[in-house]
Design a protein around this ligand. Structure first.
Ligand SMILES: [Zn+2]
Length: 300
């Protein structure tokens, strides 16, 4: 069976090409996956929009209602970084539905990936930092509510700290949140995860992989995990516009292999989401995101 990939064409909300958020990376990622032979019909599943009942497990009911009605107050829209019109609202519901679907496929098949997701700055009360709904937090709480999982591990390797996920899941003892990120990067005011590792600017492949390799066995030992959500943000890359770390393509590839091999060797299902990645060269950016899928396909 090929790697199960969750995708929807409306992950792309059609921003102007010069927008700070590189929205065109979603269709370009699909092109990159097709070019690599990973996007055949037997590999792809299309999500439905996440219903309000799922979204309200993680977010304040009033905020969910505002997003669904496209009536988010301007002050919150400014914190998110774009206005929440119909396409952005639909995109947020689809990306969240996509991570729930990818999680279910991972439980069935061992591994699955969403071509969106990793919106880890969305807090319980509201969105922030290009994140409208926190898909991984919603998916975790859906799996727990349905008793599809009892112990969930979140491994967040996006270059930015996973403050929203920590905010939503801080009191949820069945979910363990781990974030390894750039110390001097957004968000300025971090919300503590269960475990945080803050890296100095300029950390390159060797030091990065050594820290990661040291922590993975420690994470595994904490509980009998039923599933791992892996936020594979590529903004750790040396050429990322927002990241301050210095990973190469080879370093990224080694990172994905290290994480996925570690958990799959133990028989723990892995649900991958793409997380952040920022560049004006959107084709190069899409190729960076494609690395997760290439590596994951070797474990499907
Ligand atoms: Zn990021």
């Amino acid at each position: 069976m090929p790697l199960q990939i969750v995708h929807h064409p409306d992950y792309d909300a059609g921003f102007a090409v010069n927008h700070r958020f590189p929205m065109s990376k979603y269709p370009l990622l699909m092109e990159a996956l097709s070019a690599r032979g990973l996007a055949g019909p037997e590999a792809l599943s299309m999500p439905r929009p996440a219903p309000a009942s799922w979204l309200k497990l993680a977010h304040a009911a009033s905020y969910v209602d505002q997003v669904l009605a496209c009536e988010v107050p301007e002050k919150i829209e400014r914190e998110i970084g774009f206005p929440v019109g119909p396409r952005v609202s639909l995109r947020a519901q689809l990306a969240t539905g996509g991570t729930v679907l990818a999680a279910r496929l991972a439980l069935l098949n061992g591994i699955a990936c969403n071509t969106a997701g990793g919106s880890h700055h969305a807090r319980r009360a509201q969105g922030a930092g290009f994140c409208t709904f926190n898909d991984v937090a919603v998916a975790s709480l859906v799996l727990l509510a349905e008793a599809a999982a009892r112990n969930i591990l979140i491994v967040d390797l996006d270059v930015h700290q996973g403050d929203g996920t920590a905010d939503i899941l801080g009191d949820e003892r069945r979910v363990f949140t781990f974030s390894m990120h750039g110390d001097r990067n957004y968000p300025a005011r971090k919300i503590a995860s269960e475990l945080d590792i803050a890296l100095p600017d300029g950390t390159g492949d060797a030091d990065y992989l050594e820290r990661l390799g040291g922590i993975l066995p420690e994470l595994t030992a904490r509980a009998p995990w039923d599933i791992v959500f892996y936020n594979a943000g590529v903004d750790v890359h040396a050429e990322d516009r927002l990241g301050r770390l210095s990973l190469s393509n080879e370093g990224l590839c080694a990172r994905e292999a290290m994480v996925i091999r570690h958990f799959r060797a133990l028989g723990i299902p892995v649900c991958g989401v793409i997380g952040g990645g920022y560049s004006t060269d959107v084709a190069a950016l899409a190729a960076r995101h494609a690395i997760l899928f290439e590596v994951a396909s070797g474990f499907a």
